[in-house]
Design a protein around this ligand. Structure first.
Ligand code: PCA
Length: 324
């Protein structure tokens, strides 16, 4: 081999080493509207990963349930139909009661308490996710949950027979225990459901009511701060295992920033969206004492049921939280 050929061979070898892994495109389904703060945070996360990995991993978000409806997103990630996605995990409480830790009524009512509870619950959630071939990247809470109604509600009796939009087991159970009639509807579909009278009430954050302009159909929002559920951005664990260590570090750094920014937005958005509901013409006020008392009794039943379903790991979460 002359000098020229050996130089060339060497250069090819170096180039081969320097050649990045084949660029991957990750489609990321998200259930909530593009304008929702979770979707905005997800889009920033996607951009951070795409830029940070130099395009090795390029993420495209699909908000509003456009790629998969909310209820189908988790399975799509688990089965590798998509590598990554965002889901409200309490929507899968039937698979594991642990996923419902964030929908236990009145266990926490503020962001700070919720953060403490999350830190305690997180390892147990990650353990169940790992068994399901899922790796958690980041998670962001929704603002505290309040009650929406078309008609004024001042007593527990006023709720009996009202058609109620639910988004997970806990919300359906709340409806059953208050004598309402639950029907599960994705957030992306609620404007239509309220406009057509398929539902006349729901429990949700000011954020979701604001995003879906529910003042066009509903007239009352009662803040009860029942719980703060969370969205989770998860990656298929097989896909994750194939990501280089360098890129894993970048993805996790972007995830950390997204969790921080998303949580900050959730807090900021709470007051802003409640003011938006009022500006849209809704009566926005705290539930009266009588209603709170009735709801707390319902909450106590739901808490007992959750503890029963979640067994020892569930009890350990609540005990550790109460001991703080
Ligand atoms: N909005 C979502 C879940 C919790 C929330 O505040 C929804 O209503 O579907």
């Amino acid at each position: 081999m002359n000098h020229m050929t050996s130089f060339y061979a060497g250069a090819v070898a170096v180039a081969a080493l320097a050649t990045p892994a084949i660029a991957e495109n990750w489609d990321m389904p998200m259930a909530y509207s593009g304008s929702n703060f979770h979707s905005v945070t997800g889009a920033e996360f996607a951009e951070c990963v795409t830029t940070g990995t130099g395009g090795d991993i390029s993420i495209t978000t699909h908000p509003g349930g456009s790629l998969f409806a909310g209820a189908d997103i988790k399975r799509a990630i688990q089965t590798g139909q998509v590598p990554i996605g965002e889901r409200l995990l309490s929507g899968h409480q039937n698979e594991s009661a642990i996923f419902g830790w964030d929908s236990v009524p009145f266990l926490v009512s503020s962001f700070d308490e919720h953060d403490k509870l999350y830190e305690i619950a997180k390892p147990a959630v990650e353990e169940v996710l790992a068994e399901q071939n899922l790796t958690l990247l980041y998670s962001v809470p929704w603002p505290p949950q309040g009650l929406y109604f078309r008609d004024e509600v001042t007593t527990m009796e006023d709720m009996v027979g009202v058609k109620f939009r639910s988004y997970n087991n806990a919300t359906s159970r709340l409806a059953e225990l208050t004598g309402m009639l639950p029907v599960t509807i994705e957030a992306a579909e609620i404007s239509q459901a309220f406009a057509t009278g398929v539902a006349d009430s729901m429990v949700s954050s000011g954020a979701t009511g604001y995003d879906r302009k529910v003042w066009e159909s509903l007239n009352y929002f009662y803040s009860v701060d029942a719980w703060l559920p969370r969205n989770y951005v998860m990656v298929n664990s097989d896909v994750w295992a194939d990501v280089s260590d360098a890129n894993k570090n970048i993805v996790m750094a972007c995830a950390g920033m997204a969790e921080y920014a998303g949580t900050w937005r959730a807090k900021e958005y709470t007051g802003f969206t409640l003011a938006g509901l009022a500006a849209g013409g809704m009566t926005v006020e705290p539930a009266n004492e009588n209603l709170m008392e009735g709801l707390k009794a319902v909450g106590a039943t739901m808490t007992a049921e959750w503890l029963e379903a979640a067994g020892e790991p569930g009890a350990a979460i609540v005990e550790a939280f109460n001991a703080e």
